[in-house]
Design a protein. Sequence first.
Length: 260
Amino acid sequence: MENVIGHVNWIGLWTIIRREMQRLLRVPIQAFVAPWLSALMFIFIFGYVVGPRIATIGGHKYLQFVLPGILMMNVVNAAFLQATSQVYFQRFMKFVEEALVAPLSYVEMIVGTLAAVVFRTAATAVGILIIAAVFGGVQVVSVVEFMFWVVIVSGIFGLLGIVIGLWAKSFEQLSALNIFFITPLSFVGGVFNTVEMLPPFLRWLAWGNPFFYFINGLRHSMIGFNEAPEPLGALLSLAMLAILSVWVWRLFSVGYGLRE
């Protein structure tokens, strides 16, 4: 990979980050308010409507149990939507041509894109924590572990969003992965239930679902509840991040979706 360890164009990198931050802040309702309101509805329903009627799970209130899953769902959606829209609109508006002729390496272009992704997901996560605090459902056992899962999952779905943004030929294709894979897998990844609550013949849906390890890791960082070996989830996530990083860099290097 060229220019990875050597000279870094800090001015160009900051220009990419600043441009995407400004674009993001021009649509605060879509970027921040919408996921906060969605999380508020989930927290209200499960905290005050359903929660009091359900016994504790793993020694925790139901709201405390489901909050990590709700937060992770919003982190995944924020990261994926930010990356797909960012890359697709650069292609659609021909902004990507300016970046290609600029003195920027592919790594710098990817890092600049992911910086905006992490900013959006971090702001989304903090907003949800503040909302949940009003309902008395916030507990964070390990801040470092919490930050690890938010950043790593943001990177995974930011990179996946870049791939879809390069591949998509229409707005409809941008949402295909989200509709048919991300949303269904997240709902069966242990957001609202433990693995033991599933029928034995369906538990493979959890163990074979990467979302289960994301949610389980975040839940462990928040309330200390764990259903899978923590190193397994972390290694799986880091492996996915590494594979997607190389894949995205390769797509940039061959000009896939960029030089059309």
